[in-house]
Design a protein around this ligand. Structure first.
Ligand code: 7PJ
Length: 273
């Protein structure tokens, strides 16, 4: 398959979020309609996004589930349009194996699954497609995950989950080099959990896979700053810088331009360390 590969030699990479959902928590569905979605993708690519993560189903608590057909109607046209115009890596944010297959056929080269390929058929399809996969930790499931999350030890509980998922994926035929891991900030985690995981992020390097983090606009940043979802950009950039200094390779964000700028400063200082 001739889709662009993720170039980790240019790490840290910035992944721009493209929600094509009418009910996403962070942007209220403003990029939902076709022309708006493409314009937003173009703006993020112009701002320096290395990857675009296309998602058709909201995972926020209380979001309604949608059918495979509806998800395909949302994501496939925009993937086609991005791939036709740009070499930027397209990631498909889905947990459904049918959507994974169709998105990769359209030119996506990464699967970003908040269920870490735990749904039926997901590992088999990802192995067959031989594309990059992001395995994210989530405790519980989106509808109820924030009710009473509990951890015995952090970050060990999450490291153990991810290590088991890596093993299951490799046993299922996914090449280890294709695997990316993600602690899943906000997915079955209280503020204290998110902050402890961020503080101890270096430990994720023991998994031996590139690390993706997504803190952009999340509740913990709102609680730390007292700011609504539209005013969390600065907090998100600070969180991204902390994460990259502790080893994150990909930053998933709504605010691509400012994140790219902030990482340019960090990169410029790194050469003298
Ligand atoms: C994440 C995600 C994340 C990965 C969402 C939001 C909620 N995928 N999808 N990591 N979050 N890999 O964007 O606020 O943290 S949806």
């Amino acid at each position: 398959m001739s889709h662009p590969k993720i170039d980790f030699s240019r790490s840290p990479l910035v992944m721009g979020i493209l929600n094509v959902t009418p009910d996403s928590f962070s942007d209220g569905g403003q990029h939902y309609a076709g022309a708006n979605a493409l314009a937003h993708a173009v703006a993020m690519i112009d701002a320096g996004a290395d990857l675009i993560d296309v998602g058709g189903e909201s995972t926020r608590p209380g979001a309604t589930e949608i059918s495979v057909d509806e998800e395909l109607r949302r994501v496939i046209p925009i993937i086609d349009q991005i791939v036709e115009r740009f070499d930027t890596v397209v990631s498909i944010d889905t947990s459904k194996s049918e959507v994974m297959r169709a998105a990769v056929a359209s030119g996506a080269s990464m699967i970003n699954d908040v269920y870490a390929l735990r749904n039926d058929g997901a590992i088999e399809v990802a192995a067959e497609l031989d594309c990059s996969v992001c395995l994210m930790h989530m405790q519980g499931e989106p509808r109820t995950m924030q009710t009473s999350p509990h951890y015995d030890r952090l970050p060990q509980d999450i490291l153990e989950f991810l290590a088991r998922r890596i093993d299951a994926c490799v046993a299922g035929g996914i090449r280890r080099a294709q695997i990316i891991v993600d602690p899943g900030f906000g997915f079955g985690k209280l503020d204290v959990h998110n902050l402890e995981i961020l503080a101890k992020l270096e430990q994720f390097s023991e998994l031996g896979s590139p690390l993706l983090v997504g803190l952009s606009r999340k509740h913990t940043l709102g609680n730390l700053t007292g700011r609504p979802v539209t005013e969390r950009e600065a907090a998100g950039i600070a969180a991204a810088i902390v994460a990259v200094q502790k080893g994150a390779n990909i930053v998933r964000t709504h605010d691509v331009g400012p994140t790219v700028d902030a990482l340019a400063v960090l990169r410029a200082t790194k050469q003298f360390e």
